[in-house]
Design a protein around this ligand. Structure first.
Ligand code: NAD
Length: 524
């Protein structure tokens, strides 16, 4: 099934005991406990395993949150809101400023934990932590810029304006693949907006959650902020469901699969709560005949194979003009053959493991379905290092040429599979591009300004993110992040995404001695 490609030799994998020791040291330095201490605490009550995708082995057991503790956390978060909302926003910003300083001091520790738990290569793990520091900077600035508008009113002697107030407790449900960045996008912004946070991280990444929680607790202590501004619920989806159902949680910000969003959104809607959904993507790049192929190949390979295909913005579909399909495919196959795969701590590695063997199975099943649909595997798709780490899933990024955009191509498989489709006209390319249920990120590679502008126009890409001459992944924090259709419509991080964390009040002040009614209505 695998085409012959010359791959660099696979390096040795780290052993689980060394990873366990490294995780314990990082946790301790961040102010959390080490794995032995957690194991002792987990001897009674519910537990949650901590695993590493590097070897697939368990690193230890952690004490999970009990239902009683979760209820107490929600009650305290709500009590804290009642005072935190009256703290001036720039003072709330001081807490986030301190958090940013602590994240900076502990970026290596957090990056270690991200690699150990999520399997990211070193530079991507450090990049994820950098993103946390950047959003803290952004939120500190924001704490002095929560602007409302003054509006031209129709009545003399009246002033019409809007003010923004803290919303309430923000419940944050996060996915395994950005275990710390997504928390920080939500938490840094929610805290300056005056909202305490209750966090339910992925059950696959509890160690990073413990480290972030310890750092924020330290920031709160250092700045005199109440400890109740942040709570961690360690456990399964039942805590996500609790956040969805509880009316004390004003905003549920949920990041994960479309399946999860389908379950969470109706529950929050049933109580008229506010939902911010950041769900799956099925991102595509259009490559036109005028594209700079060197730049295009680099952009494509990072977007498709980076993070082992486990970003919501991973490039999953390549829509390439017939005239350049052959040379482009040839270059991508060559580049895929050069990708070093293995231990993500090794500086030479570019592709680490999938999160677990279930993800490896899902990838194999998707490739089999694509081949049943007439797809031709052009590169990768094979499992590696199975003898060294049978419980882990190291896979080579796959490139599959498809005769049509079949159901499997329209489905997000959270693994490195890039489907190649060809087109003749730009209209046809855009129709293929938009012909999927998801709408997160998109790119066009072209040197033709007309094509670029058409892609960004109202009848171009239907995604929340539309790029020109860069790949679909690797967004900066300054822009609003999120997507349309089944991606959920939410926006997080920069721009005016903060508004989701606040409530708007429209104020009309009459400073005259008369009482004119709007629209000229006469009464009394
Ligand atoms: P997942 O949906 O399995 O889990 C995400 C979180 O939701 C976890 O914390 C999980 O415990 C919780 N959860 C699951 N079912 C729930 C329910 N019924 N009620 C409440 N909570 C529930 O996703 P994952 O495998 O951890 O992450 C991968 C997925 O996340 C991919 O689809 C990816 O595209 C998506 N993702 C999207 C973004 C984005 O910003 N759009 C970012 C990262 C990941």
């Amino acid at each position: 099934m695998t085409p012959a490609t010359a791959h660099p030799a696979a390096p040795r994998l780290p052993d689980t005991a060394a990873l366990r020791a490294r995780a314990s040291s990082a946790l301790r330095r961040c102010g959390a406990r080490d794995l032995d201490t957690y194991a002792d605490a987990a001897a009674t009550g519910p537990t949650l395993p901590a695993r590493t995708p590097l070897t697939g082995a368990a690193l230890g057991h952690l004490p999970a949150t009990t239902p009683g503790q979760a209820e107490a956390a929600l009650a305290e978060a709500h009590r804290t809101f009642l005072t935190w909302r009256t703290v001036p926003a720039p003072v709330r910003g001081a807490l986030v400023k301190r958090l940013g300083e602590l994240l900076t001091a502990h970026q290596e520790d957090l990056a270690d934990l991200v690699t150990i738990e999520a399997g990211k290569i070193r530079s991507e793990a450090l990049g994820e932590v950098r993103e946390m520091i950047d959003i803290c900077d952004f939120a500190v600035g924001l704490s002095r810029q929560l602007y409302g508008r003054t509006i031209a009113g129709e009545r003399p002697g009246h002033r019409l304006s809007e003010t923004w107030h803290p919303l309430g407790v923000a419940g944050v449900i996060s996915a395994f693949n950005f275990p710390v960045a997504v928390w920080s996008w939500n938490t840094a912004v929610a805290l300056v907006c005056g909202d305490p946070v209750v966090w339910k991280p992925s059950e696959l990444t509890p160690l990073t959650a413990l480290a972030c929680t310890a750092l924020l607790a330290r920031a709160a202590a250092d700045t005199g902020a109440p400890a109740g501004v942040h709570h961690l619920l360690l456990g399964g989806r039942e805590f996500g469901e609790m956040l969805a159902d509880d009316p004390r949680v004003a905003l549920v910000s949920a990041t994960g699969s479309v399946r999860m969003g389908r379950q969470v959104a109706p529950r929050v809607a049933a109580r008229f709560g506010r939902c911010l959904l950041e769900l799956g993507g099925n991102n595509a790049a259009v490559v036109t005949p005028s594209a700079d192929l060197d730049l295009t190949v680099r952009g494509i390979v990072f977007a498709a194979a980076g993070t082992a295909g486990q970003r919501c913005t991973t490039l999953r579909r390549l829509i390439v003009h017939e005239d350049v399909a052959e040379p482009l495919i040839e270059r991508i196959v060559h580049a895929y053959g050069q990708l070093p795969l293995g231990d993500p701590f090794d500086a030479a590695t570019l592709v680490g493991p999938l999160v677990d063997t279930a993800a490896g199975t899902a990838m194999a099943e998707a490739l089999a379905a694509a081949q049943r649909d007439g797809g031709k595997l052009l590169a990768g798709g094979d499992r590696c290092l199975a003898a060294e780490a049978p419980e882990a899933a190291y896979v080579r990024p796959a490139l599959v040429r498809m005769p049509a955009q079949t159901e499997i191509v329209r489905t997000e498989t959270f693994a490195p599979i890039l489907y190649v489709l060809t087109y003749r006209t730009l209209d046809e390319a855009i129709a293929l591009h938009n012909g999927v249920p998801q709408g997160l990120s998109s790119s066009i590679f072209t040197r033709d300004q007309r094509e670029a502008e058409r892609f960004l126009a109202p009848d171009g890409s239907d995604c929340g993110i539309a790029n020109v001459n860069i790949g679909t992944s690797g967004a900066e924090i300054g822009g609003a992040f999120g997507g349309e259709k089944e991606t959920g419509g939410g926006r997080e991080s920069g721009s005016d995404a903060w508004r989701a964390y606040m409530r708007r009040a429209t104020n009309t002040v009459n400073y005259s001695a008369d009482l004119p009614l709007a629209q000229g209505v006469n009464f009394l």
